[in-house]
Design a protein around this ligand. Structure first.
Ligand SMILES: NC(=O)CC[C@H](N)C(=O)O
Length: 231
């Protein structure tokens, strides 16, 4: 199983995403934003960071990078695509998932170990969680506030496209505490917190806070492997 991780100018977390893929049992493939080549990968990760310095809007310029034409095509064919933080912003800008992101309501950059509830386990990236599972993974961003018009919020809620929801604390003013959403088909998922930073005991969230060993993010990556094995 080969999972591509795309590096954009300003990507920060591409190496961590590759590492998470490896720890989950798949082979990471480094892909480059400026090429039109997905190298035949089975799944794609758009990593976190500050692509193009977050100019215009976070993720806006990256959503027009050459390789995004192939990503959009693959997503529409059912290939699993995960967007983490800046990658989530790119997915929204590319219209692969509904909604948009704005500056955090408190106008500050925030970093915290964030509790989330897994609201939908019927996606390519969440099938290894148990329904309603609560997990803790790191959050770190400035433009994390998820917004959408009332009709879109109603639709994503009604169709089960809210995949992750913030628990206890809404860290950025996201509507309906939404932390992650999917497309209708469930192969494309974006989330604001960083599962790739919670895949190895001792290197993730503060384990005194976490209910697990700090590896709550690993199941995102093993879920994609399972989804692909089932095809
Ligand atoms: N950690 C990240 O990916 C940061 C995302 C984005 N650049 C923001 O600050 O909102």
């Amino acid at each position: 199983m080969r999972v591509g991780v795309i590096t954009f100018p300003g990507s920060l977390d591409d190496r961590d995403a590759q590492r998470a893929v490896r720890l989950a049992g798949a082979t990471p493939v480094a892909l480059w934003h400026g090429e039109h080549d997905l190298q035949g990968v089975d799944a794609i990760v758009l990593p976190g960071g500050f692509s193009y310095g977050d100019y215009l809007r976070a993720g806006a310029i990256a959503s027009h990078a050459p390789i995004m034409a192939e990503v959009i095509d693959a997503a529409n064919k059912g290939v699993p695509v995960l967007g983490i933080c800046n990658g989530f912003q790119m997915l929204a800008e590319a219209r692969l998932i509904p909604g948009a992101h704005t500056r955090n309501a408190h106008q500050q950059f925030i970093r915290r170990d964030q509790k989330l509830r897994v609201e939908n386990t019927d996606t390519a990236w969440t099938n290894e969680y148990s329904a309603g599972a609560e997990i803790i993974i790191p959050l770190k961003n400035a433009d994390g506030r998820y917004i959408a018009d009332a009709e879109t919020i109603k639709r994503v809620e009604g169709e089960g496209q809210v995949v992750f929801r913030y628990v206890d604390v809404n860290p950025n003013g996201s509507m309906n505490d939404i932390a992650g959403v999917s497309n209708e088909r469930g192969n494309v998922v974006g989330l604001m917190p960083h599962p790739e930073h919670a895949v190895e005991a001792g290197f993730g969230p503060d384990t005194a806070l976490a209910m697990s060993s700090g590896t709550d993010g690993l199941a995102i990556f093993t879920s994609a492997i399972r989804a692909l094995a089932a095809v």
